[in-house]
Design a protein around this ligand. Structure first.
Ligand code: MG
Ligand code: ZN
Length: 215
């Protein structure tokens, strides 16, 4: 019985996600659902990416947090349109939350919208919100055991960004293990290694975004 209720919630979510996707694509906007555990560097990645894009792709951001507007303020400081969603107690964004803020971004003027999900490695992966792709960030201090412990996130993501690679000398963490375990769960996952501290690898990720949006 409980399973049935859960699947009904997911069905309803999926219908709204498809509605959102139709709105985004009718406006010519490519949408990335950005997910990670708290502190992995989603907002820092957005700041670095937006700077690297340097206006060549017009970006907007939807920030999802349980409470507060700190991340939206950081994006706003870059002169980028941003909407903050506070979920209250919900530990993920769902399609309805995104649907409610569609009118708050100048979608007609944008090429790409990043949706920064609530920091959580579990349920954000279960809820489509109308995105074109899911991208997850895993930072090295979280450890190389995460793909096998949180497989759904890695299975659902189209892109894995390994962040904080500048900390590698201080950690007994294997980037190769992260990559091989992620690829065993999801052979088509695209992997980038970056440091939002030093900027290493951001150019390759931004280049990939450009070529993906062109295609
Ligand atoms: Mg953040
Ligand atoms: Zn949740």
């Amino acid at each position: 019985m409980k399973l049935k209720i859960a699947s009904k919630i997911l069905d309803a979510n999926e219908r709204i996600a498809q509605d959102n996707k139709r709105v985004f694509s009718s406006m010519g906007v490519y949408v990335i659902n950005l997910m990670s555990s708290p502190g992995a560097g989603k907002t820092s990645l957005l700041e670095m990416t937006i700077n690297e894009l340097d206006g060549r792709l017009k970006a907007g951001v939807i920030e999802g947090d349980i409470t507060g507007t700190d991340d939206a303020a950081r994006i706003n400081a870059l002169g980028i349109p941003v909407v903050q969603i506070n979920t209250g107690s919900a530990c993920h964004l769902d399609a309805n939350m995104i649907n409610e803020v569609l009118g708050d971004l100048p979608l007609n003027d944008l090429d790409i919208v990043f949706i920064e999900n609530v920091g959580n490695l579990v349920c954000p992966a279960e809820f489509n919100v109308g995105e074109d792709i899911k991208t997850m960030v895993l930072s090295l201090p979280e450890g190389d055991d995460k793909p096998l412990k949180y497989p759904l996130m890695f299975q659902e993501s189209d892109v894995l960004i390994i962040n904080k690679i500048d900390l590698k000398p201080f950690l007994g963490v294997s980037i190769e293990k992260i990559k091989s375990d992620a690829l065993s769960l999801n052979p088509s996952i695209r992997i980038f290694e970056v440091s939002c501290k030093t900027g290493e690898g951001i150019d390759e990720w931004a280049k990939w975004l450009h070529s993906t949006l062109k295609a």
